[in-house]
Design a binder for this molecule. Sequence first.
Ligand SMILES: [Zn+2]
Length: 301
Amino acid sequence: MLPSDGRFAPSPTGTLHLGNLRTALLAWLFARSQDARFLLRMEDLDTGRVRERFYDEQVRDLGALGLDWDGPVVRQSDRLDRYGDAIETLAARDLVYECWCTRAEIREAASAPHGDLPEGFYPGTCLRLTGAERAARRAEGRPPALRVRAGAASVTFEDEVAGTVTGAVDDFVVRRNDGAYAYNLAVVVDDAAQGIGEVVRGADLLDSTPRQLWLGERLGLPAPRHAHVPLMLGEDGARLAKRHGAVTLADRAALGETPDDVRALLAASVGLSEPGEAVTPAELVARFSPAVLAPRAGAAR
Ligand SMILES: [Zn+2]
């Protein structure tokens, strides 16, 4: 079994809100409670949305909360060679193909009669192109995306929080038509390269895990364990968002709350402390067990 080294991997596209901070705190607690390494990685491949100021701001907010990490903060944008190598490996194994579909075409095909695909699943249009059709599209000069040839595979894994999860794997994109490497590729390559044994992240990413496990296996990489932790909810029961009001450290500071107060709030929200109880990061490490996140019987996931 891989060591329990963990990571938090935010995208520097905005200010971290309480939900992001709670996921970071939990990822840190999983690792530190097992005396494992904890790494920080910036997932900054979506260059259209990344803003330089958020790198420093996110690092500062995580530090203010009392989290620490091993080694320098890694940026995916510094690691493009590795993703290119992974694409070459997939191509050499005949596991990728070119796709010229627009988003509208994919939506249309998925909603066609007989189109009973799960939402967002690629219907395989470009896999069925003839050699002549493919040559014609290449001649048009519009660059294609690259998709994996997954053949509607199904992957089952044990999640440390969600339990047994089975998910279908469609022909997902590994390199976009603008040349950007896809999240699902980069995360698999990086987690393996960085020796991550336990991926702790928000439950909103649970659906992407079957794809990533499928891809890692095709690339010959060891599979990390997974723990998809519950998302923080607003008072109305919806997933926490900006519209819920004071959701960033800066917002809370404006209300007179220190980062220690916010850490106490986040800890109490998962039952690691009493409401209003001051609690240090070290105390939380001593108290933490993944069992605090076990879904209650009958609770909706
Ligand atoms: Zn296509």
